[in-house]
Ligand binder design. Structure first.
Ligand SMILES: [Zn+2]
Length: 310
């Protein structure tokens, strides 16, 4: 059953208010994002710039139900200096905080922040600098994090330490706002935090369902549309790529079985799409597209246009 669109980004999933937000845009090496897939194949889908970087969104969710205000992921945040901003071509307009304000949500009003995992492009807005000191961006929120992800993030190795930054983590544990969980967990009725490992050992997705309607934030199981079309298209940055493939296979079957609206975190063109077909052969139909060249808020509903997967 289709989702009710209250506005371009404002969705209603049964009783649940869902807004798709975007902290901004950035770029990452195309090889890092497409793994073993040759550039001649992926560059047709996502043309890189002259430094081989592909464009990426930084989507986050605002979920409001039963008097609770929940933010899922916090984008790259505002702490990068000029050097990192240049390396990653970070472009932020109003950012996550400005977009929340647009929906009447002050940082103080957020009850729960859920981090799907702790890479800096998902947890960068967890903290901010106030009067020169690092502090949690959401002063009254609990920060919900998987215990294993916290362990991996706070004990990074040579390969993972550029993704896990202590400045996004330490302040929330120091203030006592950190809550650690093991595995799939109900956040509030209708909103489930689901383990989807591979990108990291305890990477998660978020499923939102109410009445007959359902959506899923698939996060880095498939950062781009092309990666939901093909099981083998797994980012090089995934720590367990074979596990990523099995997670994706299970997810495709689950999405088809429940007709979930799929919300993409990094695809610069497609915000949300549906799958049609079977777990052996499926196609992807975009439902919400971004306007090319528009500001970070400039998303609009798509005409239905099929992309064949398999
Ligand atoms: Zn990411």
């Amino acid at each position: 059953m289709s989702v009710t669109y209250k506005g371009v980004h404002q969705l209603k999933i049964g009783e649940i208010d869902l807004q798709i937000l975007n902290d901004g845009h950035w770029r990452l090496d195309g090889g890092a994002m497409f793994g073993v897939v040759p550039r001649v194949l992926w560059e047709k889908r996502l043309p890189p710039d002259d430094r081989n970087r592909v464009p990426m969104a930084l989507r986050c969710l605002l979920i409001r139900v039963g008097g609770k205000t929940i933010v899922v992921d916090t984008g790259v945040g505002d702490k990068f200096g000029p050097k990192e901003a240049e390396i990653y071509a970070v472009e932020r307009a109003e950012g996550l905080i400005g977009q929340l304000a647009g929906y009447g949500v002050a940082p103080e009003a957020v009850d729960v922040v859920v981090n799907t995992h702790l890479h800096f492009d998902h947890a960068g807005g967890n903290t901010t600098r106030r009067l020169g000191t690092l502090a949690p961006t959401f002063p009254n929120a609990e920060y919900w994090i998987q215990r294993l992800e916290w362990e991996d993030a706070t004990h990074p190795n040579e390969r993972t330490r550029t993704s896990y930054l202590a400045e996004n983590l330490d302040p929330i544990s120091q203030t006592g706002q950190l809550r650690l969980f093991d595995g799939s967990t109900e956040i509030v009725p209708g909103v489930t935090w689901r383990l989807a490992p591979g990108h990291t050992r305890s990477h998660t997705c978020v499923v939102i369902e109410s009445g007959e309607q359902s959506a899923i934030f698939t996060v880095d199981v498939c950062p781009f549309v092309a990666q939901l079309e093909r099981i083998a298209w797994v980012p090089a940055v995934d720590v367990e790529p074979l596990v990523s493939m099995e997670t994706k296979r299970r997810l495709v079957a689950d999405i088809l079985a429940h007709d979930r609206l799929v919300i993409f975190d990094h695809d610069p063109n497609v915000v949300a799409a549906r799958l049609v077909g079977t777990p052996d052969k499926w196609a992807l139909k975009p439902e919400i597209l971004t306007i090319v060249g528009a500001a970070s808020t400039g998303d609009l509903r798509a005409d239905s246009r099929s992309i064949v997967g398999g």
